[in-house]
Ligand binder design. Structure first.
Ligand SMILES: Nc1ncnc2c1ncn2[C@@H]1O[C@H](COP(=O)(O)OP(=O)(O)O)[C@@H](O)[C@H]1O
Ligand SMILES: O=C(O)C1=C[C@@H](OP(=O)(O)O)[C@@H](O)[C@H](O)C1
Ligand SMILES: [Mg+2]
Length: 180
């Protein structure tokens, strides 16, 4: 077992990192942080506006800084954005400093869950399926590189998934106290 104190959810857009992560943190009695929401709060701007003004590269700079800061801070549950694993620096931080759950989801479920979403800049394209499939191929080895375990969310509601994930983690992860 990786004895890391931070429980981090990674995986593609629509896997449920944000919605399941919040519910899981409630169940575990731990603080919850959503990386995208924290970036937005600091920037005073939505993720899509950051992409518009600074490009994806600017967003990734903010994402790297936030991840390093959060993993150096008090333990909790962290929902990352789907692209956090693109950075080798982030992958090293995640491997060394967190227990990482890869939430998996198939393309059909992603398309269904995100059908009405207009907040994800990478999905502002006519062929969402092609983008999601390309990202899945590019990122699958990167998620595998950082993950301590995987958990499939297809066919579950966020509430069901949070209950099942808490049960799944019971024997696999225990929060360790950080030495004073
Ligand atoms: N297991 C699930 N079943 C059905 N809908 C889900 C599930 N998980 C998430 N959703 C819905 O999909 C959308 C995206 O979920 P979200 O938690 O933001 O995913 P992520 O943070 O991984 O991109 C939300 O509208 C959410 O309610
Ligand atoms: O996959 C990605 O590169 C992104 C995923 C998004 O987060 P979610 O995975 O929570 O949708 C958000 O960070 C940004 O739009 C980029
Ligand atoms: Mg999210």
């Amino acid at each position: 077992m990786n004895p890391a104190s931070h429980l981090v959810l990674v995986g593609p857009m629509g896997a449920g990192k944000t919605s399941i992560g919040r519910r899981l943190a409630d169940r575990l009695g731990l603080p919850f942080t959503d990386a995208d929401h924290a970036i937005e709060a600091r920037a005073g701007a939505a993720v899509s506006a950051i992409f518009d003004v600074e490009g994806e590269a600017g967003f990734r700079v903010r994402e790297r800084a936030l991840l390093a800061e959060l993993l150096a801070g008090p333990p909790g549950v962290l929902a990352t954005g789907g692209g956090v694993v693109v950075s080798a620096e982030n992958r090293a931080l995640l491997r060394d400093g967190a227990f990482v759950v890869h939430l998996q989801v198939g393309t059909d479920a992603q398309l269904h869950r995100l059908a009405r979403d207009r907040t994800r800049p990478l999905l502002q394209t006519p062929d969402r399926a092609a983008v999601l499939q390309r990202l899945a191929e590019e990122r699958a080895p990167l998620y595998a590189d950082v993950a301590d375990c995987t958990f499939a969310t297809d066919g579950m509601t966020p509430d069901e998934a949070a209950v099942a994930l808490a049960r799944f983690l019971h024997d696999r992860w225990q929060r360790t106290e950080v030495a004073a």
